[in-house]
Design a protein. Structure first.
Length: 147
């Protein structure tokens, strides 16, 4: 199932579905940032090419994801991005970035998360690295809130 996902990513899985895998993104400038990875094999996958069944499941995942984030950190808005730019890493394999946006800072695990680009495109953002133990805490909190 994970031939398209490098093994280093599997520890960040939040939840698996029939057509998608939800994973925590390692860049947490936007607290709770994640992505959904299309399980179906193939490269250069366009959003317009996902099946009706994949699209229906994706909508359900987005609702579940947003509900979990609302309970945890109550984002003010959400951005979604299907970019497929890093061909050298994944060959354009289909995945969507889920970027929570916050008007004001959020605190979690003794760390302040500031959305310095509120009201603007989420990218480019200033680098913001958190230790792996904080990533694990974010992952575990999100997993506990996903239905």
């Amino acid at each position: 199932m994970y031939r398209s996902l490098d093994e280093s990513y599997t520890k960040w899985i939040l939840k698996e579905y029939q057509h998608w895998t939800l994973l925590l993104h390692d860049e947490q400038r936007y607290l709770g940032r994640s992505y959904v990875w299309l399980v179906r094999e193939g490269g250069m996958q366009r959003f317009s090419e996902i099946s009706d069944e994949e699209a229906a499941e994706l909508r359900g995942i987005l609702r579940e994801f947003e509900s979990a984030l609302k309970q945890l950190w109550n984002p003010d808005f959400m951005n979604y991005a299907w970019l497929a730019n890093l061909f050298h890493e994944h060959g354009g394999h289909g995945h969507m970035h889920l970027i929570p946006r916050y008007k004001e800072a959020r605190n979690f695990a003794n760390t302040e998360f500031v959305d310095g680009r509120w009201g603007k495109n989420f990218s480019p953002s200033e680098p913001f690295e958190v230790e792996e133990d904080i990533l694990v805490q974010i992952r575990d909190a999100m997993k506990a809130h996903l239905a």
